[in-house]
Structures are given as C-alpha cells and as structure tokens.
Design a protein around this ligand. Structure first.
Ligand code: GAL
Length: 954
C-alpha cells in the first residue's frame, strides 16, 4: 500500500555513481517509466562517499538530491539500498579502502566495525529520511545491508552466526536518524524477533553469471516453489524479489555484457519473469535495469570497465535491445491489471503432470493465479514443463470462468506455445468499468477507457491463433466489425457474450475490431506491440496510447487542449498514432504542432520526419598527439623522496605480512588503480635472480624493473589474483646502489560477500620478495598510488578516478595541460620498448543540437597478442581500462556531459607495454553508437576541472 492504495512496485536497479554525468539520470528514469515501471532501486557506495575516515562527501556525482529530483520529475518511487555493504561488483563491495586497516570481523556486531560504519550510516540515513514518502518525497523502501543471509564458508562460519543483533543495531541507527518507511531485505522476516525487517525480500539469479554459453539453459533452473517458500518464511508478506536477474556482468578475458544480454534476452524474460509473476510477486526489482560504467577504479576484480550488465537499457542508454521491448509488454500488462495485486497461486508448484488439468498437453505447466480478494479474475500462466524446451506445443486451455468451464479456443484452431515462451491468459478480467474479458488467450498489452470507448491492445507471436470472449454491457445493437486489418477468423454473439477468434498477423499490419459501441480491440504481433506506449499526464490520471517506434517519454495536455507528446525517433520517417479521448484534436510532438488526420476507427495519425540522423566524428589517429615518458621512475636521477615510506612493521591485516615491512598498498592509503613500489638496495654483487610475489586481484598485471630494465612481467590471467614474477638481475657491482621499481595494476578490492570472510581486506601489493644469490640483500621500500591517497585531490571526479602513474600524479590526464615541451607522436606509433607512455590530444565535437548521440572510444584488438594495457581519460575522467592481451572489452562508451558534444575535448591515454619488442594501440577511433532525434532534457557538462600545477606532486 502506498498512501492507502495498493501499489505494484515494479522497479529497475540503477547506480547513480556508475553514471557520473548526472543530468542523464532523468533520461534513464524516463526510459524506465516508459516501460510501465513504477520505481528505481539504487545502492549508495560508502567507499566513494567516505574515502578517508570521517571525510564524508555527498557532492557532485555522489549527491543524492538530483537523483531524488529526477525521480520526482519522472513520477517514480525510489528504493534505497545504502548498505553499508552492497557487493555490486564494486571495489570492496562498497566498503572504503581504509576499512582494510580496521581490525575485527566486518558486517558483525564487532565494535571496531560499528565505529567504522556509524558515521556513514547515520549520514546517509539523514539524507534518505528527508526524501521519504511520509515527508512528501518519493522514497518508499529502505534495504539495510545486502543479502545478509549466509556467512563466509557456511556452515563453518568464522563468526557467530546468524547475527540478528547486527541487523537490529543497524536498523536502530537508521530509525534513529528518521527512517520510517518499511525496511526490506533477505532473511530476518517479520516476526522472526531480533533484527527483523518489515518485509522479507530475496534475490534470484537462476541462470547465474557465466555468459559464454549464451543459449544454454541448464535443466531445472526454473524455480517453482518461491511463493510457498516465501509465504512460509515471511509470515504472509508479499512475495518480494529485491534482485531479479536482468543480465550479468562481463568478465576479464572471458565474455562481454553483450553475451550476458543474449543469455538473458527476451526469451529469458518471457519464461522467467512470467514465472515470477506466477508467484504473485508485487515488489520486484530488476538487477540491473541500467548498469552504467565502472569508470575509474569502481570495479572489483569480478568485472571490467563496462557495467552494461546486458541490461534492458544499454550502458550507452540506447534502447536497441529487444529485451527492453519485451519487458515493456509484461510491465504494461501488469500496470493495467489491478486484480493481480491480490492474487495467490492456487497450485503453488505448477505442474500439469502433478494433476492440474488446465491444458490438454502434458508438456505444459499452468499456474492458476487467482485474485483471492476480488474473487473473480484468474491469470493462467502457461509454460513448458521442461522450462528450457525448444518444442512447439499445441494446446487448449480448459479453465473455469464465471460462465462455466470453457475450452479455448471455442471457435476453431488451437493455441500454441513455441519453445522458450510463456503466456499469461486471463479469465474474468476487467477492462475498464463496463467490460470484462470472460477469457482471453491473446495476451493483453494494455487497455484504456477513453471518453467514448475503451481501447484494448492484444498481442501474440505471428501466426498464433487466439480467442477472446467479452462480457459487454447491455446495448441495443451488438455487432462485431473488423475496421482495419484481417486477423479476425470467426466471431459469435450470444446474449451479452461476444467471442472473437483471430490469427496474429505475420506483418506489422494492425487489426482493429469494434465490438458494439464502446469497445475497440487492436490486434498486433509482438514486434508491432513493441511500438505501443502509454504515457500518462502529469496532471491527473489520464493517459493516451501512443504507437511510435523507439521511445515515447511523456504526454501532457496543454490548457488549450493540445496533446503534447515527447518522444525520440531513430528513423527519419515515422507514422505516429494516438488513441485518446475524442475531444483531443490537436497534437504537438517535441514542442512542434503536427498535422493530424483521423483514422477510420477514430485514432489520430501524423507523420514525423526527422533531420538526417548522421554525425561526423573526428578521426583520432589523424589528430596531433603529444606524449611524455610515463615511467620516469626508471631514470637514474628520479627523485622519490616525497613518496610514502613503506615502513610499517606491523599491519592489522588478517594476513600478517611475511616481509620485513608491510608492502600492502592499503596500509599506506592507496586503494585503487596503478600502484608503484620503489625498493632501494645496495648490491652485494652476487644477486642472480629477483622474485616478487605480487597480488593485484584477478586479471591484474605487474612489471618489475631493476634500474631502467624490465626484468619480469605478468600480463594477467582472468582468474589469477597473485603471481610470482622472477627475473634475472643484471650484473651489479658490489656496494653499488640500485632501485627495484614495481608497477602493478590494482583491480579493486575483493567483495566481502560473506560475513566472517573479510575478503575486502585481502591485500594488494607485494606479498613476498627475495633475491637469489644475494646475501640477504636489504631492500628499503617506498610506495605511491594516487596523489594524496585517501586525501585525494580531485574532489569533483572523486577518489577512484586516478592512480599512481607519474602523469596521473601530476594531473596530466586533465584538460589544458601545457604540452609544448612534450614529444610529438601518438598511440598508433606506440613505443618500442617495455615501459609506459602517456599520450595527450584535443579535438572538437560538433554534434547537432537535438540529437542524442552516445559516443564510444574503440580500440582494435591487436592480432598479435601484445601484452599491453591502456587507460583512457576523457576530459580528465578515466573511462576505460583496455587490456589488449585479455579483453574482452574493446568499446568504451563515454556519456555526454563527460564528453563535450559541442566543443573541445581532451583525450589522454596511458600505454603500459610489457613486451620488450614494443606495442602500439591499433584502430583507436570514435564511434557514434546510435543517432537519435531526442526530446531528452538538456545535458549539462559535468564540471571538469582543468590542470593546474600540483605543487606537491612528485
Ligand atoms: C547479488 C548482489 C549484487 C550483485 C549481484 C551480482 O548477489 O546483491 O550486489 O553483486 O549479486 O551482480
């Protein structure tokens, strides 16, 4: 219930911090709203907000107010998931790097942990509290913690388990700061005593996270008992799925988010989501609806720069995945089916074999989902018993209705279910105040009751036979008329029941059938159904049905009675159709009045022609590039006196250092991106080999140099977090001074998914080192990461944007660097030896106004496996980590607002080559991922501070 009314929470997950161009948040929200969804769920990232203890920063891309504001403007509810633990494939699972130094088990009642998290939890709760629906805001639910239902290495937990007192204390803290809306999370169901939450919610990822076998659905992965299981555990709470799989994350050297989009495509949605619907799920949240980007050091080692997630809305915000459209069909249906909110599955484990007789085909399973409050409507959810079947099954639906049992289709033909599909048939289903579908096998997309008639839109796969019977109000002359199209096969009228039998068209042609005076049925195939939208006015509850490809964002009625539609076009010529109240005669599209004509069945039609959907982008390889040496540390005269001494002889880390001093970067405040170590030693002259065991997280790389020579490197393996690097020491003179330089990649801190594991503390750095032949050669170590460490300099781009490379420490990745003294040359030429080069160029973009053109930076994977990595900076923002020898990501979307689409841009790139025979970046290019004429809100440039000399830089 929201404000005393039953509400369906259909929510999509989006993380504001994964889209730092904050004025684009509302674009994503409008696309979520257009689906028919009602809410957005979001994590807050403690680690970003409190990078140094007690230095809380909720400004810029970390500020929540603009996110709230965007939800308010769009008319969406929010679900906040502030952690403190969030997982989310982000560094430390959202915990701060300094947390690695806090002793004691995290995510428990441990006081050291409480002292660590309290300031953040209270601060974020205060911000959230203001936005609660009880205070006139949009926040309806808060999730404390995340999947707090199992411990590390269960059942042999390292901490007392379970920990209800922790959940209790955490919620108390939130309540004390003013949180009053219901709390929701896995376990700790209401009635369970200490630690209980208000609503039990749970997560489900039935196809798991490995996307390389994109069409393999293993047997028995479709859950069938969730309603019952939840009901038994939750004390009758609504079935609430806080994370329902909507994709999966790409992995280093393995598969891309596009592979995950295929695995969890429209067929997955049809079968799995309708199955969740069959559990009467009324709080559901798709993880992720919009994934965004792991820019800078946001990722944990589990994933790549892209957090596209194979989600319905792409990382570049384009709506070109069929799964977006398929999802809309389901969401729109639920939006107009209030009876669903009070349903209960009557056969909880749907299985025809076990006795249900609702179809005549034993290969099918049917759930009878009945409205147990209204006592009328039933939703019949049909799927293959073997959920992954690719068979086509023919059947008849045999169901009870208020007018007796029917066997559908009555007027001829058969129903059919092709492979990975599922249908929601209905019986005794209200369509507006005066019409009821006695039954419909054709799936309902939407219906609207307009002033003079009700319009109902039905869809199916091409060629399918369907039948719908209506109980229509008493009227003098009841007739069935096909006014457009040819889908109608047969019809009958018996007293007040009108039955139509139809075949779904193979083409995009639309059939319109009028039934009596007050009902119009529109029949289309599934792909044509994708073009239907139901924008509702800000003022009041009215809405229209608009048919237009790509996107309709909103509609509103002007005082003069003009229907003002906002939409985006991805084709140059489009016919738009509007079903609305009869008194609406004029329409504007994106602010321009259009010439409308009335169709034979009363809708309004108009043509839209858009400008040329083309843009010219500069050729990056032809630009003037400059570069500097990216690893001056290899020079004999390099001065590291300002570096941090790695001199701590002890560490709070659960892994006690096995080196004379701790060589864990987090012990010195460096938690992200490139880390550099300098080891000074006086040679005994007998050293032969040097070995270092370096840990950076899966897919990390490292290189070891003695003086100016690379002696060993490790290019990275997707699942290897630490490696021994052994190299031959050049002949050294006894008593001479030398330096070991270690450059290592930090792939993010591990997630601490199970309390008791404290995996976020797993160190990054040098675990062990030794000289062979050396007679106990003493090494004195220094370390650097990003300049300032936890007290990072760039308060706008945040703490994870830069790492420890020389050029990053100097701030050379930012705009307006004076490169006059730098050498000429670009990444396409590359470098001939092992080492790092830092490249810099500028160019203009001149994207025509009114076009939404998501632009990506692309690199062509070198065919020879050249071991190099590149970091890509756009206007100072790190938006790509490219690993040539591993992939898989070669295309890096950069949002507008980070890119300046109407002016000068700076592109910087660090090329870290580990091969002795050189490396170059091939095929560096800009690509327009799509060109859309748009009605989106103006995109504001994020502040992108320009370079000023960093006095303290070294
Ligand atoms: C869930 C977790 C999310 C995310 C997801 C996988 O278990 O709650 O934060 O990590 O797995 O993408």
């Amino acid at each position: 219930m929201v404000h005393g009314k039953r509400a369906m929470i259909m929510s999509g997950e989006m993380h504001p911090w994964r889209m730092p161009s904050t004025s684009l948040w509302i674009d994503v929200f409008e696309k979520i709203k257009a689906l028919g969804f009602t809410a957005v769920s979001f994590y807050v990232h403690w680690g970003l907000v409190e990078y140094a203890k007690d230095d809380i920063n909720f400004s810029g891309f970390l500020s929540l107010e603009p996110f709230f504001e965007a939800a308010r403007k769009t008319g969406l509810y929010l679900i906040a998931r502030p952690g403190p633990y969030i997982n989310a494939e982000t560094t430390g699972g959202g915990t701060p790097g300094w947390g690695t130094r806090v002793p004691g088990a995290w995510r428990t009642t441990n006081q050291t942990y409480f002292d660590a998290m309290e300031n953040y939890v209270r601060s974020v709760s205060r911000i959230l509290a203001k936005e609660q629906i009880t205070n006139g805001g949009v926040l309806v639910l808060v999730q404390p913690e995340n999947e707090y239902s199992y411990c590390f290495e269960s059942p042999n937990c390292h901490v007392p388990w379970p920990q209800p007192a922790y959940m209790e204390l955490l919620q108390n803290m939130m309540r004390e700061e003013g949180i009053v809306v219901p709390t929701i999370t896995s376990n700790y169901a209401p009635g369970s005593g200490v630690g209980e939450v208000d609503i039990r919610g749970y997560d489900n990822y039935p196809l798991s996270f490995i996307c390389n076998a994109t069409s393999t659905w293993p047997d028995n992965k479709l859950p069938t008992n969730f309603w019952e299981a939840n009901h038994n555990r939750s004390g009758g709470n609504p079935n609430s799925i806080m994370e329902m799989q909507a994709g999966a994350h790409g992995r280093w050297g393995w598969f891309t988010p596009d592979d995950c989009a295929t695995l969890t495509g429209s067929d997955f949605e049809r079968v799995f989501y309708k199955n969740y619907v069959s559990f009467s799920t009324t709080v559901l949240n798709l993880y992720m609806m919009y994934g965004g980007t792991n820019w800078g050091g946001i990722a944990s080692p589990a994933t790549i720069t892209s957090y596209d997630y194979g989600s319905p809305i792409r990382e570049n915000r384009l709506l070109t995945r069929e799964k977006y459209s398929e999802l809309k069909l389901l969401a729109q249906f639920l939006l107009v089916s209030p009876a669903y909110l009070t349903t209960k599955p009557l056969n909880q484990i749907p299985n025809t074999i076990n006795g249900s007789t609702f179809t005549n085909n034993l290969n099918l399973a049917t759930t009878q989902l009945a409205d147990v409050v209204g006592n009328k409507t039933v939703f019949w959810v049909v799927r293959h018993n073997a959920y992954n079947s690719l068979e086509k099954s023919v059947y008849r639906l045999r169901v009870p209705t208020s007018k007796g049992t029917v066997e559908v289709p009555v007027l001829g033909g058969d129903l059919s279910l092709s492979g990975r599909d599922s249908k929601i048939h209905v019986s005794d289903y209200s369509i507006g105040s005066d019409t009821t579908a006695l039954y419909s096998s054709g799936e309902i997309l939407t219906w609207k009751q307009f002033s003079s008639k009700t319009v109902l839109v039905i869809h199916g796969f091409p060629g399918e036979t369907h039948e719908t019977a209506f109980i229509v109000p008493d009227q003098p002359k009841l007739e069935v008329k096909q006014i457009a199209g040819s889908a109608l096969r047969n019809s009958t009228i018996t007293s007040d029941i009108v039955t139509i039998n139809y075949q779904i068209p193979a083409t995009s042609s639309q059939t319109v059938i009028s039934i009596g005076l007050k009902l119009q049925v529109v029949i289309v195939n599934r792909n044509t159904a994708f073009d239907f939208w139901t924008p509702s006015w800000n003022s009041g509850n009215s809405s229209a049905i608009v048919k237009s490809p790509y996107l309709i964002r909103s509609a509103d009625l002007s005082n003069a009675g003009v229907l003002m539609i906002r939409g985006d076009l991805n084709q140059t010529k489009v016919e738009v159709e509007v079903f609305a109240d009869d008194d609406i005669n004029s329409v504007s599209f994106n602010g321009k009045n259009v010439d409308v004509r009335r169709s034979g069945y009363g809708s309004l039609k108009f043509d839209m022609t858009s400008s040329d959907l083309k843009v010219e982008l500069p050729n990056l390889e032809k630009l003037d590039w400059k570069y500097i040496d990216g690893l001056p540390e290899l020079r004999r005269d390099f001065d590291d006196s300002k570096w941090t001494s790695a001199n701590k002889t002890d560490s709070n880390n659960p892994r006690k250092p096995t080196t004379p001093t701790s060589l864990y970067s987090s012990d010195y405040g460096y938690h992200t991106n490139n880390i550099l170590w300098r080891g000074h030693f006086i040679a005994t002259g007998t050293e032969t080999n040097f070995t270092a065991e370096i840990q950076g997280g899966s897919a990390f790389s490292a290189a070891v140099y003695i003086d100016d020579k690379q002696i060993s490197y490790f290019g990275g393996i997707y699942n290897v977090a630490a490696a021994n690097l052994t190299g031959v020491v050049p002949a050294l003179e006894k008593g001479s001074k030398h330096v070991i330089t270690v450059l290592q990649d930090h792939m993010g801190l591990e997630q601490n998914y199970g309390p008791g594991g404290d995996l976020h503390k797993v160190p990054r750095g040098i675990l062990n080192y030794r000289f062979e032949g050396g007679n106990g050669t003493n090494v004195t170590w220094k370390v650097t990461g990003n300049l300032g460490g936890e007290h990072y300099l760039d308060r706008v781009r945040g703490p994870l944007n830069e790492g420890g490379l020389y050029a990053e420490r100097q701030g050379f990745h930012q705009p307006s660097v004076d490169t006059s003294s730098w050498s000429k040359g670009g990444p396409a030429e590359g470098l001939k030896e092992a080492g790092v080069r830092f490249y810099y160029t500028t160019f203009n973009l001149d994207v025509p106004r009114g076009l939404d053109v998501p632009i990506s930076i692309n690199i062509k994977n070198s065919t020879v496996p050249t071991t190099y990595r590149a970091l890509i900076y756009v206007n100072g923002w790190q938006f790509g980590k490219y690993v040539n020898n591993m992939g898989p990501q070669t295309s890096f979307p950069v949002p507008e607002g980070i890119f300046n689409h109407h002016g000068t841009n700076t592109l910087a790139l660090s090329l870290w080559n580990m091969e002795s025979n050189g490396a170059k970046v091939e095929g560096l290019s800009l690509k327009a991922d799509g060109v859309v004429e748009t009605s989106m809100w103006e995109v504001e440039m994020m502040p992108s501070p320009i370079w000023t000399k960093r006095e303290q830089a070294y």
